[in-house]
Design a protein around this ligand. Structure first.
Ligand code: AMP
Length: 282
């Protein structure tokens, strides 16, 4: 397993693999890897001959008041996890390698990015679409793996690949959770002891919504109200959003009459956490 910081070196390696007729999977991450990332690497290792894991805290997808500086980083630890799960290369470029002097091209998306996290984080998806397009161009994988944890991101990437005719299969992988239900996230390290306990309102609200859908509730505002009420009973929690959207368009719906995603974003103290469920998985 090698750590590569240079774009040309990744390209050389990919070319060599291609010449040998090998298939390539890509797992884009921002590092500080956990079992959620590991599940994507496992899936790529299962489906492809070689797996590239990108490990890049992408400055372009952070807003000015967000946590770019404090985002946790530990490439040494990440390399052990990638190796243990069958990854072949970590691509860990410096920001100056990805965004060279004079960089001025961006990939932007309308509609799908106008709801949910796109509303609270206005520059986020432009950064995501741009960096993922660059990674796709650099690695040219057969398949790329994304977590359902970031449900809107998954929908955006599927749409991007389709809109721009990228010949890459986009694979969505299930959310991996802590034993008590909290969705694994590199940002969970920000939580104090009391906040970690309070953070359980997210997975509890998801369980509540899931149970209502399973029982046949179709009225979105009834489901949303019950989930919000649960979250707001926790003093350390404040709701950014609880919404139910069409799976493909990310537009809000009022009745569960098509495949949908119920997505939430909640501040626990100053840490913003997200969670969701897909109605098709209920
Ligand atoms: P990040 O490093 O947070 O940008 O995440 C990189 C990839 O890992 C994204 O596709 C995420 O959706 C995915 N991911 C992060 N946390 C989880 C989780 N708990 N379960 C499944 N996938 C995850």
């Amino acid at each position: 397993m090698r750590i590569v910081k240079n774009i040309d070196e990744v390209r050389r390696q990919v070319k060599e693999w291609r010449a040998q007729g090998l298939t390539i999977g890509l797992v884009p991450t921002m590092g500080y890897l956990h079992e959620g990332h590991a599940s994507l690497i496992d899936a790529s290792h299962r489906d492809n001959d070689r797996t590239v894991v990108s490990d890049f805290v992408n400055p372009m997808q952070f807003g000015p008041s967000e946590d770019l500086e404090s985002y946790p980083r530990d490439i040494e630890r990440d390399s052990h996890l990638v190796e243990a799960h069958g990854g072949d290369i970590i691509f860990a470029p410096e920001p100056e390698e990805m965004y060279r002097k004079g960089f001025s091209s961006f990939v932007d998306m309308t509609v799908l990015t106008e709801e949910l996290c796109g509303l609270s984080r206005p520059v986020h998806f432009r950064g995501v679409c741009t960096v993922v397009s660059k990674l796709f161009n650099i690695v040219q994988p057969d398949c790329a793996y994304f977590g359902k944890k970031d449900a809107q991101q998954l929908a955006v990437i599927r749409h991007l690949a389709d809109d721009l005719n990228m010949d890459i299969k986009i694979i969505g992988c299930p959310i991996v959770r802590e034993v008590d239900g909290l969705a694994k996230s590199s940002r969970n390290t920000y939580l104090s002891g009391a906040e970690r306990k309070a953070s359980l309102v997210l997975s509890q609200a998801i369980a509540l919504g899931t149970a209502m859908v399973r029982k046949g509730e179709k009225n979105c505002s009834v489901i949303i109200s019950a989930m919000k009420k649960h979250i707001e009973a926790e003093p350390l929690a404040s709701t950014d959003y609880v919404k139910i959207v069409d799976c493909d368009t990310m537009q809000q719906i009022s009745t569960l009459d098509r495949p949908a995603i119920c997505a939430i974003a909640v501040y626990i103290g100053s840490t913003r956490l997200i969670d969701n469920f897909f109605t098709e998985d209920v």
